[in-house]
Write a protein that binds this ligand. Structure first.
Ligand code: DGY
Length: 322
């Protein structure tokens, strides 16, 4: 019998798969909030597997608290910056995440929603309409921009970046630039995306969207210097991880109109969204909900469960990170 501790209730589809397996004993933190650190350290004691949520930091202290029998950390999330992978690898603990076409498409859709909201000034004009401040149509009233024909700069040419490139090239005729640590030949062949250095991408794009994991090498990848390279008319979108952007530098750039605006789903110190950011009129902010659809979150729970079941059956989990 393998004991699993699940750090927060996840959608039923995956739990059902786990419950059906008679070699597994589930313990779930049932309160609908982030598990307090002390409770986490207590509840992992003696478990073989931790099914973690991206809000929990799974570091050496948690691994120590669990004990030497801990064999697997199955993260519910595509991002895995909450897990100390080096420490896990050193201890022979397998780590998995939950990528898949469902989450890829949902995040790509969310990015497109943010782009439209920024370009069409949806938040501003919605407020005007709802506050009954619309006093009649005017040729120069409340003008925004379309997105058609503009240039999209994708930082990170992986699955989400590729989905975005396809949708926006085919649907709206955007020119696609991308930057990554290596070229993605398939992305180039399918969308005509052009690989370029980050500085060139920042200088030439009307929308810059970030799709890299948070790693020591991508922490503050976009800071004051990078923001200063962007066009004054350009928008920055971040649905990846907050600390990839230097939030203080971004607020400064937005306050001083060094760029036109930002669409953000992630923040440097979640769940805190700085007041200075919340007060700006050239931002569209969402609370880390890019993948928040029933379909996607169920799919993620099935992927997490499938990784666990493969592992306990002695097979390589489909989404092992090392
Ligand atoms: C992930 O899976 O890493 C996402 O941030 C959840 O939306």
């Amino acid at each position: 019998m393998q004991k699993i501790f699940i750090t927060r209730h996840i959608p039923e589809a995956g739990l059902k798969l786990l419950r059906k397996n008679r070699h597994l004993k589930l313990d779930i933190y049932k309160k609908d909030k982030i598990i307090p650190r002390r409770t986490l350290l207590r509840r992992v004691r003696g478990v073989d597997i931790i099914l973690s949520i991206l809000t929990e930091k799974i570091d050496a202290a948690v691994m120590d608290a669990a004990g030497l029998q801990l064999k697997m950390i199955a993260n519910y999330g595509v991002g895995f910056d909450n897990i100390d992978l080096v420490e896990a690898k050193k201890r022979g603990i397998i780590v998995t995440n939950t990528p898949g076409p469902e989450i890829t498409e949902a995040v790509a859709e969310h990015v497109i929603a943010l782009m439209f909201a920024l370009a069409h000034r949806l938040i501003t004009v919605n407020k005007i309409a709802c506050k009954n401040k619309y006093k009649g149509w005017g040729p120069e009233l409340l003008l925004g921009n379309g997105i058609g024909g503009s240039t999209l700069g994708i930082v990170g040419g992986g699955a989400i970046g590729s989905a975005l490139a396809k949708h926006l090239r085919d649907g709206f005729n955007l020119k696609i630039l991308y930057h990554d640590v290596k070229k993605n030949i398939k992305l180039e062949a399918e969308t005509g995306a052009i690989f370029c250095p980050l500085s060139k991408l920042l200088k030439q794009s009307d929308f810059v969207t970030i799709h890299v994991p948070l790693l020591p090498s991508t922490h503050h990848l976009i800071g004051a210097t990078e923001l200063s390279l962007m066009k004054k008319s350009a928008f920055l979108i971040n649905t990846a991880r907050g600390p990839i952007v230097d939030e203080a530098a971004l607020v400064h750039a937005l306050q001083n109109n060094l760029i036109a605006g930002a669409g953000l789903d992630v923040y440097e110190h979640e769940p805190r969204i700085p007041r200075t950011l919340r007060k700006l009129s050239n931002v569209v902010l969402t609370p880390h909900t890019a993948s928040a659809t029933n379909y996607v979150r169920n799919a993620m729970s099935v992927v997490a469960a499938t990784n666990i079941i493969a592992f306990i059956q002695g097979n390589p989990p489909p989404n092992a990170l090392h």
